[in-house]
Design a protein around this ligand. Structure first.
Ligand code: GLC
Ligand code: CA
Length: 549
């Protein structure tokens, strides 16, 4: 089969494996208790070795950090805790030298209330261009059809500002006023921000909270055509800067609505597949493939140059916004019987604790993640099965320091433990002494080794990132099976969602004569004939077969 596309391929994101990381949580290079770019540079060998090909950095800009940096006070600088712009450039070059691409956050929708634009706006004359950087109103009764996204933190999308003598609009926390995209000056500012990072050589941008840019009375104020027009402008600007730069839409919406963020190939290159994420967990708990098959078949096709970003977990709660109320109740019962684990419409837990630290379930979910159509995104620490701390408030429990070894602070920092930005995980099961990179490096049977192996294997077959998918329907619904194809390359993926061994009879008549070769061990299985193809799978077992003619 064909190997990876070359490094200059403008569609590189189709074959990528993305690694999501907060600089502050990864490695503390100067010993002040907070992760920084110096520390991150030291860990690039680890990331290169893991086999990931693109790093997505969570916000690292100057910020009061009330929403972990998504409340930006200066778009074109580095928060002093994490280093300087020079440190960032050094990091970027070091990453590029290793063939790692780098994507950063473009938080379009809102700023911090500490941003100079907001400070200027609130004291500017009503109706002036400065004032109009944000969305103001005399009443808090406008746009009533827009839901509150953080119901555990906010009651309304309007907050009264005594300085301005008006209410301002915010879809997230009240300290994050929404920018006004009806004001062309705001669009121009954002293009300047984009240019700043493009000029430094950044490869991609995650367009944070992108459905909410524009608001109109009588609508949900989400996914409006005016919002798509702004994204189109941003895309044209990125294209003008040259090929190879990627935009990734953060749009937590139903499949048909997310689809719109690709446009006709003239909006975002990538978008998260939010709807399939909870359904992978649901299928696992139900021991039934239906939720995954159903949502994938409901997913519209996307333009040739576009790609889904698939993920199991990220820095937020496991969101249940795109499932029905019944499904949400089911997910809460299945994955968070404990109230403390719930937040907004979701569950604030990491991957390993969600599946009760069951190694087979972790592997199964990752095998599905790595083989469904799209580009997988791995959340830092999940490659070693890190735990969480639901008592830290908001989503901080899944943002604790990375565990490098069994030393003080898990090797994350030399600082005195009380100085750390967050306590490390210390319990007997998930604590840094039990779960860390160094220990897993020296254990050939560790999750880390398994992940590395799977990432490499995936990297050898372009069909995973670029191929089509067709779901099979064996009578046993505990078995999820699909065929990925790209020209003559065909891979069959079979997964047992059940805790017990299962048989499956697959209809593979259209591949009669081909020989399935199991891809982890390169073992030939009996050739396919016109008869149903019979397989048995162990508990949570899965196979990837290359179908060789
Ligand atoms: C996105 C981010 C989330 C943040 C929110 C507001 O949803 O993923 O972490 O709180 O935007 O910026
Ligand atoms: Ca530091």
């Amino acid at each position: 089969m064909r190997r990876h596309a070359n490094a200059n391929d403008p569609l590189w994101y189709k074959d990528a494996v993305i690694y999501e990381l907060p600089v502050k949580s990864f490695c503390d290079g100067n010993g002040d208790g907070i992760g920084d770019f110096r520390g991150l540079i030291e860990k690039l060998d680890y990331l290169e070795n893991l086999g990931v090909t693109c790093l997505w950095l969570l916000p690292f800009f100057p910020s009061p950090l009330k929403d972990d940096g998504y409340d930006i006070a200066d778009y074109t600088n580095v928060h002093p805790s994490y280093g300087t712009l020079e440190d960032f450039t050094k990091f970027l070059h070091a990453a590029h030298e290793r063939g790692l691409r780098v994507a950063v956050e473009l938080v379009l929708n809102h700023t911090s209330d500490q941003h100079p634009w907001f400070q200027r706006a609130r004291s500017a004359a009503p109706g002036s261009p400065e004032r109009d950087y944000y969305v103001w109103s005399d009443t808090d009764q406008k746009y009533k059809d827009a839901r509150v996204i953080f119901p555990d933190g906010e009651e309304s999308n309007w907050t009264w500002d005594p300085v301005a003598g008006a209410h301002y609009w915010h879809r997230f926390f009240h300290h994050q006023p929404d920018l006004n995209y009806d004001n062309p000056a705001v669009v121009r500012e954002m293009l300047r921000v984009l240019d700043f990072w493009l000029d430094l050589g950044v490869d991609g941008f995650r367009l944070d909270a992108v459905p909410y840019l524009v608001e109109r009375e009588g609508t949900s104020c989400e996914n409006l055509s005016e919002t798509h027009a702004v994204i189109g402008t941003i895309r044209a600007h990125v294209d003008a800067a040259g090929p190879g730069r990627m935009l990734l839409a953060d749009a937590n919406q139903l499949p048909a609505d997310v689809r719109a963020y690709f446009g006709e190939g003239d909006e975002c290159h990538m978008a998260y597949h939010f709807p399939v994420m909870p359904r992978m967990f649901m299928a696992l708990h139900l021991e039934d493939r239906d939720p995954v098959v159903e949502v994938m078949e409901r997913t519209p096709s996307i333009p040739e140059t576009c790609q889904w970003a698939l993920f199991l977990r990220n820095h937020d709660e496991l969101t249940l916004e795109t499932v029905t109320a019944d499904e949400r109740d089911y997910m809460y019962l299945a994955y968070s019987a404990d109230q403390q684990g719930r937040l907004n419409a979701g569950i604030r837990r990491r991957l390993a604790p969600l599946v009760r630290n069951n190694r087979r379930r972790i592997e199964l979910l990752n095998a599905i993640l790595f083989s469904l159509p799209g580009t997988p995104v791995i959340y830092y620490g999940d490659e070693i099965g890190m735990g969480d701390n639901v008592y830290l408030g908001d989503r901080n429990g899944v943002r604790t320091p990375m565990h490098w070894n069994g030393d003080r602070n898990g090797g994350f920092s030399r600082a005195d433990p009380p100085r750390l930005y967050s306590p490390v995980i210390m319990d007997a099961v998930y604590g840094y002494q039990a779960v860390n990179v160094e220990a897993q490096e020296s254990d050939g049977a560790s999750l880390l080794h398994w992940m590395r192996n799977m990432i490499r294997l995936r990297g050898l077959f372009r069909v995973f990132g670029r191929g089509s998918v067709e779901f099979l329907r064996p009578a046993n619904r505990k078995v999820l099976a699909y065929v990925r194809s790209l020209e003559d390359d065909v891979v069959l993926c079979v997964a047992n969602l059940s805790r017990t061994a299962q048989p499956a009879e697959l209809d593979l008549t259209s591949f009669a004569g081909a020989t399935p070769v199991e891809m982890l061990g390169y073992t030939e299985f009996p050739p396919i004939t016109a008869a149903p193809y019979f397989l048995t799978l162990g508990p949570y077992g899965f196979y990837w077969f290359e179908l060789q003619r």
